[in-house]
Design a protein around this ligand. Structure first.
Ligand code: AGP
Length: 610
């Protein structure tokens, strides 16, 4: 979603800001801008719709430079994609603001500020921040105090950075609902919405907490909590690779990340499973004692992470004997739900910053859950910091908007959780040893599966001119069908729906014709014969099918059915294995269609607003 970078230094910060924005491009955006406090005392601003490169070209053709500056990539919420709506927003050529999030009461603020004589030049909610701070400055406050007063009038979510032309030695930042991280340099300091933006200039970070306001100068960082009291926040050394943002020779980040899966899954398992079971305390100190008491699991997530949760429900109930509910965070947070006794709340998130998931966690913490666990890919993220237990998926930075390796490492984490909870709930020894053996075989199986790429490229050719598609699966492959459909619609813009194949005759069969490809995931498991009956139902109605099947599943290809053989694997890991061909299918379809694979239209990597 929107990205923020800011810097206070002695040197010219233009390149730092632009490089930071480039490193945030993966999050999704539609316009970009930069504002600088120039050495001649002027406040200058350049904004462009489109890519950061267009902004960089415009900056290169200008005289703009400065040692205090802020920059932003905008993902439109209030107001269309225009230069006037791009950030930074100004008030009276004195105050400059960048903002992630939504000021929900912006209409009433706008009315009040208009009455006071402010003229709005954009349709954004953000411009109300600039004018509100300006109004506070007018009453004689310094920038810090002006921002502290202003934020009291905002309802909604914000991560915001503010500069004052009259005081070029500092920026003031405020966080409520949208993440901000301070980067500490030598004689220079930085601010960003994501540490990725600042890795070329520092590895030392302070993650701001909810309600924090901070004043940043070249040499000082002063943080105040939501009550205005000075606070110390921990300095964290980042171990994220500096070049995690490189494509490593692949055409797209998504393809690179698909191919990284054997390695990152191996990392996710490292030192966590032994030859015979789970290593002790892999879910963190105190986790085993909590797991002993767990009688129910409530999983909350969004998008792909939600599909991981749906898959986990099959495993937790089948192997670990633990009852489990799974819900989309945006639904969970706005309805009254019953908390089962001894319930463990689990959030799943690649980014750890998804607004709905975070809000659901905060709500649940007040609702009587026994404990909370997050399965997350970003150390130091809000979900990690606010959960009782955190299990890191170790997928490494995921840049492509379409989630791939984050998903398969989430599933790997859930198989380990199944072992941990199963141990306390009478899991069968054969199931335990079966899962452990399957996990050991997983990285190699993933490598084997990636080798079927060629067949999938051909298949994508037949697919790319279609407008609709149907994905079918049964049991723990139903969420995988859902994930396959999500991937296809996200990056190829082809309408895709997923059904549990037993549901076909309850409605979707009416859609079947030779213009609607049907994709089937068919491992050789106890539901195979049922699935084959569903395949026959489609065939009898003239449907064209693409079946990803275990080579021993005995599907005979013909003109109505293309069969793509997937290496045989043990049942517990089949959902992870069958995910890969579906990722590759959507990638190659998108490639043929020429869409923006890594930054699909209208989408953002990290959804930090509601
Ligand atoms: C998946 O490809 C998506 N881009 C999206 O559905 C994503 O999984 C969702 O927004 C949740 O994000 P999170 O895992 O960072 O919480």
């Amino acid at each position: 979603m929107c990205g923020i970078v800011g810097a206070v230094a002695e040197r010219n910060v233009v390149e730092i800001l632009l490089e930071g924005l480039k490193r945030l491009e993966y999050r999704g955006y539609d316009s970009a801008g930069v504002a600088l406090l120039q050495s001649d005392g002027n406040l200058t601003r350049i904004r462009r719709t489109g890519k950061v490169q267009e902004l960089a070209d415009a900056v290169a053709n200008s005289e703009a430079l400065g040692s205090t500056g802020i920059a932003h990539t905008r993902w439109a919420t209030h107001g269309g994609v225009t230069e006037a709506n791009a950030h930074p927003h100004f008030s009276s050529e004195r105050v400059a603001v960048v903002h992630n999030g939504i000021i929900e009461n912006y209409v009433s603020l706008r009315n009040q500020l208009t009455e006071k004589g402010y003229r709005f030049t954009s349709d954004t909610d953000t411009e109300t921040i600039a004018h509100t701070v300006h109004e506070e400055l007018k009453s004689g406050k310094n920038l810090l105090n002006a921002v502290q007063s202003a934020v009291n009038t905002f309802h909604g979510a914000y991560g915001t950075v503010i500069m004052d032309k009259e005081d070029p030695s500092r920026v003031v930042v405020a966080r409520s609902g949208s993440p901000l991280v301070i980067g500490l340099g030598l004689g220079e300091n930085f601010i960003a919405s994501d540490q990725m933006a600042l890795l070329p200039v520092t590895r030392r970070f302070i993650f701001l907490e909810e309600g924090d306001v901070a004043e940043i100068t070249r040499r000082t960082v002063d943080i105040f909590d939501k009550h205005g009291a000075p606070v110390e926040r921990e300095v964290v050394e980042s171990n994220i690779e500096h070049d995690a943002g490189d494509k490593g020779g692949y055409r797209h980040y998504m393809l690179k990340e698909i191919h990284e899966q054997p390695t990152v899954v191996r990392n996710a398992l490292q030192q966590r499973i032994t030859e015979t079971g789970l290593a002790p305390d892999v879910f963190g100190e105190g986790a085993d004692a909590i797991f002993k008491q767990v009688k129910h699991v409530q999983i909350i997530a969004c998008g792909t992470s939600y599909h991981a949760g749906m898959t986990a429900r099959y495993w937790l109930e089948q192997y670990a004997n633990v009852s489990c509910n799974v819900e989309i965070a945006s639904e969970f947070r706005y309805r009254k739900s019953v908390v089962h006794p001894n319930s463990l709340l689990i959030t799943i998130s690649q980014s750890g910053e998804t607004a709905d998931t975070l809000a659901a966690l905060r709500l649940a913490k007040e609702s009587g859950y026994m404990s909370s666990l997050t399965i997350c890919n970003v150390p130091g993220s809000s979900l990690v910091r606010e959960s009782d237990l955190a299990f890191m998926t170790r997928a490494g930075a995921e840049i492509g908007v379409a989630s791939t390796k984050a998903f398969t490492t989430q599933l790997t984490a859930f198989l380990m959780l199944t072992l941990a909870l199963g141990k306390e709930n009478g899991m069968l020894e054969s199931d335990e040893s079966g899962i452990v053996a399957a996990l050991h075989s997983l990285p190699a199986k993933l490598e084997e599966t990636l080798a079927i790429t060629n067949g999938i490229e051909d298949l994508a050719e037949e697919f790319a001119d279609k407008n609709h598609s149907l994905f079918l699966g049964r049991g723990d492959q139903y969420p995988i069908a859902m994930e396959g459909a999500l991937k296809l619609k996200e990056i190829s813009y082809i309408h895709a729906e997923a059904y549990a194949s037993g549901e076909l005759k309850h409605g979707p069969l009416a859609l079947i014709d030779d213009e609607m490809p049907v994709i089937v995931v068919a491992p050789n498991n106890e539901l195979l014969e049922k699935l084959k009956s569903n395949v026959e139902e489609v065939r009898a109605r003239g449907g064209i099918m693409y079946v990803f099947a275990d080579k021993d599943a005995a599907f005979e290809g013909d003109e109505s059915m293309r069969v793509i053989n997937v290496p045989h694997c043990d049942s517990p890991i089949a959902p992870i294995i069958y995910t890969l061909p579906l990722q590759l299918l959507s990638y190659y379809v998108a490639l043929i269609k020429g869409t923006d694979v890594d930054q699909p239209r209208n989408l953002a990597k990290s959804v930090t607003v509601e």
